[in-house]
Design a protein around this ligand. Structure first.
Ligand SMILES: Nc1nc2c(c(=O)[nH]1)N[C@H]1C(S)=C(S)[C@@H](COP(=O)(O)OP(=O)(O)OC[C@H]3O[C@@H](n4cnc5c(N)ncnc54)[C@H](O)[C@@H]3O)O[C@H]1N2
Ligand code: MOO
Length: 437
């Protein structure tokens, strides 16, 4: 675990001038799984602010409190079918000129031996013992109703409280608010829901070489992270309040970090030890506490997590775009998930179709796609466990692999062989497919 790095981190530290040398002792990167746990623990600790929001604004949030029924459901004995409410054994005398419809108030009691027309969803009159579907009954010429099948007591009546009693817990806290949850909440009497407020996130994009439009030219390149991070972070439960381009300006970075009112500041670039890599010096100047300073993962090993204030964090993503994705999923995702009050999803697992080379000491995160067709033994859909294909173009500076991917395989140190079953990190937009479980 504590072996010296074999890949140049020691050498990189040796290149640091005395002003930049951040630790007298040898740099120790955190193992990948431990780095995720640190971020998850911080997130789970909160703070969790609760907000009451109208139902139509609660979608995508998570319940801050258990959802408790405000009423019995159904709230009255209800007809489950269109037909006849009857009282006692038949045949029944039809109560003429009268129909019991949904939405109507209390109806007069039904005496034994009588039947009245009733609609699905209508209140069953007091005294009724069953509902007979219209297609299972026949009214004769002298005003009597005959059942064409045996009638059992209570048939096709939904009794009050069948689904829940007022005060029953319908869903626990931390349940994601889906369209179905909105429907249930409305049925159970809610106009508003208490949801965990989304953590506010500020994104600071560093680098003088970045263009926001047009073609790369004369050493300048397009900013690939600005357009990618805000929507990705939103999908992880964050409220991204701003994406700012800071350039390679230490003072501007210090001002942006120390003046930020965000719960989480996310920086991109500047995490390494180059002449304009300002993140470490600025964190030092701001009195931040480094909780994770480098992670034993490829790409993305210079990623970091710092506490700026008691409940305010900074995640430093490396500038190489796939390394930034690695930092996003390793540190930002578990931190934000916890702060957003979300539960950890069950780990997805899938079998590798092809061997993946590993790093000798570090975890690798490798974009993978679901195998289909011949790769999945001739079937159109992947068999159990799902089969995934490692994708090309997975270098730290490349997004071509991840843009075509269904997830990121967690490749242990030393690599993995064909058929090995690995954890797959989900991409938030692939969540609805849940294909790896
Ligand atoms: N001497 C060493 N140099 C480097 C090491 C090391 O261990 N020793 N690690 C390398 C690794 S791995 C990574 S990753 C990068 C991390 O560097 P920084 O976080 O300081 O990022 P930058 O130097 O600012 O940029 C790196 C690379 O990424 C490009 N970049 C930056 N931002 C964006 C963006 N928004 N969109 C697209 N591309 C971006 C930037 O132009 C650089 O090419 O350090 C290595 N160096
Ligand atoms: O690990 Mo760097 O983060 O490979 O590109």
């Amino acid at each position: 675990m504590n072996d010296p790095e074999v890949d140049g981190v020691d050498e990189a530290l040796a290149l640091l001038g005395p002003r930049q040398a951040r630790k007298p002792e040898r740099h120790r990167a955190t193992p990948w799984a431990e780095a995720r746990s640190v971020a998850a623990r911080l997130g789970a600790a909160g703070p969790h602010r609760t907000r009451q929001v109208a139902l139509d604004r609660a979608l995508g949030g998570v319940l801050a409190q258990p959802l408790t029924a405000l009423t019995d459901l159904p709230s009255f004995d209800t007809s489950a079918m269109d037909g006849w409410a009857v009282a006692g054994p038949g045949p029944w005398r039809v109560r003429e000129g009268d129909s019991v419809l949904a939405g109507h108030g209390r109806t007069p009691p039904l005496p034994d031996g009588e039947a009245v027309r009733i609609a699905t969803g209508a209140r069953v009159p007091p005294g009724a013992t069953a509902v007979i579907r219209s297609e299972h009954s026949r009214a004769d010429a002298v005003g009597h109703l005959h059942a064409q099948r045996a009638v059992t007591h209570g048939q096709d009546i939904r009794p009050r409280g069948q689904e829940c009693r007022s005060g029953d817990q319908l869903l626990p806290a931390s349940t994601p608010v889906t369209p179905a949850v909105l429907g249930l909440a409305a049925a159970a009497g809610y106009d508003e829901l208490p949801v965990v407020e989304r953590p506010r996130v500020a994104v600071l994009v560093l680098g003088d070489e970045l263009l926001t439009a047009g073609l790369p030219h004369e050493g300048l390149i397009r900013d690939a992270l600005g357009p990618m991070l805000a929507p990705w972070l939103r999908a992880l439960g964050a409220d991204v309040t701003v994406t700012r381009r800071i350039g390679d300006d230490a003072e501007a970075l210090y001002a942006a970090v120390s003046g930020s009112g965000a719960d989480v500041v996310i920086t991109t670039g500047g995490t390494a030890a180059g002449p304009v890599d300002h993140v470490h010096p600025v964190l030092r100047e701001a009195g931040a506490e480094l909780l994770v300073d480098g992670v034993k993962v490829r790409p993305g090993h210079p990623m970091l997590l710092a506490r700026l204030a008691p409940s305010q964090y900074l995640v430093g993503l490396p500038g190489n775009p796939l390394a930034a994705v690695s930092g996003l999923l390793t540190l930002a995702e578990p931190l934000l998930r916890g702060l957003a009050g979300r539960r950890a999803p069950e780990a997805n697992r899938a079998a590798l179709r092809d061997e993946v080379q590993g790093h000798p000491h570090d975890t690798r995160l490798v974009p993978v796609g679901r195998a289909t067709g011949r790769g999945a033994q001739g079937r159109a859909t992947a068999p159990e466990p799902a089969l995934v294909v490692p994708l090309h173009y997975n270098g730290p500076a490349m997004l071509r692999g991840i843009a075509a991917a269904d997830g990121l395989a967690v490749v242990p140190p030393g690599g993995a062989g064909a058929g090995d079953v690995l954890e797959i990190l989900a991409l938030p937009w692939a969540a609805t497919e849940r294909c790896f479980t």
